[in-house]
Design a protein around this ligand. Structure first.
Ligand code: 5GP
Ligand code: MG
Length: 179
């Protein structure tokens, strides 16, 4: 499908995202004020969300990045998760907050949280910009959610279509309608 020829439906505008990210940052700053916050961002999808979110956090925060295998160019998860790049940091005793763009089946988040638990953090929670709860394959409720959305394939603000469109500053859904 050539998405350039289709109508794009905005699901989260730039203004929506700015407002919600500020709310999440404030909440996280309060919840972690007496803790040792260590944000772990899952690449590539959460690079923009993480960058905006941590700038709304006003307590000390350490940052790490991890890459797991993703959908590639397909819209369905293979169900098999691989760690392509692990964090290099010692997180023992830290309060980890895993940040991702979206939870769909939640296979990725559940795998990553189990993987990080083996590194002995003091606690581990997760934060996602978008949540598609109807798509769950494992029982996981994210601790912090930006927006709950319907079962739609979404693009923009870090989320890809093929290898592109991550730089679109809002979240949209490609409709079947021609422009
Ligand atoms: P899950 O393991 O929860 O099924 O999916 C996690 C990963 O799949 C997300 O981090 C994201 O990279 C990708 N993904 C899931 N849903 C969508 C979507 O609607 N659009 C895009 N672009 N990626 C998605
Ligand atoms: Mg991802």
């Amino acid at each position: 499908m050539d998405i350039e020829t289709k109508v794009w439906e905005t699901l989260c505008s730039e203004e929506d995202i700015v407002r919600r990210t500020a709310e999440l940052g404030k909440q996280i700053s309060e919840d972690y004020k007496d803790k040792k916050l260590f944000v772990i961002s899952l690449l590539k999808g959460s690079f923009i969300f993480t960058a905006d979110l941590v700038r709304k956090i006003d307590i000390p925060v350490k940052l790490g990045f991890m890459t797991t295998s993703s959908y590639g160019h397909s819209e369905e998860s293979s169900g098999k998760i691989n760690v392509l790049a692990d964090i290099n940091d010692d997180v023992e005793g830290y309060d980890i907050l895993v940040v991702d763009d979206i939870t769909d089946s939640a296979l990725t988040m559940s795998f990553v949280m189990n993987h990080l638990k083996s590194k002995n953090p003091a606690s581990i929670k997760c934060c996602v910009l978008l949540d598609k709860p109807v798509r769950r394959k494992v029982d996981l409720v994210p601790d912090y959610v930006g927006f709950e959305i319907d079962d739609k394939f979404v693009v923009g603000y870090g989320l890809n279509y093929g290898d592109y469109y991550r730089n679109v500053p809002y979240v949209f859904n490609v409709t079947n309608q021609d422009r």
